[in-house]
Design a protein around this ligand. Structure first.
Ligand code: B12
Length: 220
């Protein structure tokens, strides 16, 4: 059963959504729980759009409302680590043809809170720019956020070009976003897939931890 917050988001009841978020934040409730209820609402809005009950205008309103709600939630997610704690570098991008960025932005916030240095290339980014940035920044991770099926080939193109340049094995590649699956991960040649930003952060933390252990033991 969906919560009242989820239902109000589906119905695009802006005032009710924002006042409930504010109230629950002030009561000290887990911000990720509130966030996930909003996210569930967005999935349902997407279903209504698919079933032609909603149109582009409603999709846009839901995006704006979700952004407003997450802007209220974000400051309560935790303490940002200081510069000395930087754990690793990550490039994030929504690839060419896709302008969805709500999920990518929340992932960026969570990664920064854990002490990662995040290079967010934005939306509708061409494959060549991603490849250039990987060469320049030499990140530990590359994360694609994908909400449209048209992104699969350009994401694959980036990974193929990284292979050609001999850079593929120097970083781990994640793909996330509502429409992604393990099949998408395998098709584009990524290492990890999820539709949950927290799991993405967990994946990065675990790998960085094992890298530090290998280094401490005298490995690479
Ligand atoms: C809001 C929305 C919009 C907004 C986007 C606003 C914005 N600034 O992002 C607007 C109105 C602009 C929009 C436009 C369009 N949209 Co739209 N949109 C949505 C909707 C309803 C919600 C998406 C969303 O933000 N969800 C909330 C976030 C938080 O969830 P999320 O992105 O999945 O992210 C979470 C995780 O997946 C994870 N994550 C995300 N990225 C990553 C990356 C990594 C590395 C990791 C580890 C984790 C991770 O972290 C987040 C938190 O856990 C979806 C429905 C759906 N089911 O997703 C349709 C949907 C994605 N849109 C769709 C469509 C068709 C369109 C349009 C083509 C419509 C049109 N006719 O113009 C355009 C495309 C424009 C373009 N070129 O990109 C379709 C896509 C169908 C498909 N298979 O390709 C969907 C699925 C709706 C549907 N069911 O038909 N849309």
């Amino acid at each position: 059963m969906s919560s009242r917050l989820t239902k109000n988001l589906i119905e695009l009841e802006r005032d009710q959504v924002l006042s409930e978020v504010e109230e629950r934040i002030n009561k000290g409730e887990d911000p990720m729980k509130i966030f996930n209820e909003c996210k569930e609402g967005m999935e349902k809005v997407g279903e209504r759009y698919k079933n032609k009950e909603y149109f582009l205008a409603e999709l846009m309103l839901s995006g704006d409302l979700f952004r407003e709600a997450t802007e209220m939630i974000e400051p309560h997610l935790g303490e940002k680590k200081t510069e000395g704690d930087i754990k690793g570098k990550i490039i994030l991008a929504t690839i060419q043809g896709d302008i969805h960025d709500l999920g990518k932005d929340i992932l960026a916030t969570l990664l920064k809170l854990e002490g990662f240095e995040v290079y967010d290339l934005g939306v509708d980014v061409s494959p060549d720019i991603v490849v250039e940035k990987v060469k320049e920044i030499q990140p530990d991770f590359l994360g694609f956020s994908a909400l449209l099926t048209v992104t699969f080939d350009p994401m694959k193109e980036v990974i193929d070009k990284l292979k050609e340049a001999g850079l593929r094995d120097k970083l781990k590649i994640m793909v996330g976003g509502g429409i992604t699956t393990m099949l998408v991960k395998d098709y584009i040649g990524a290492d990890f897939q999820t539709i949950d930003a927290v799991q993405g952060v967990q994946y990065c933390l675990e790998l960085i931890k094992s890298k530090v252990v290998v280094k401490a033991r005298g490995g690479i």
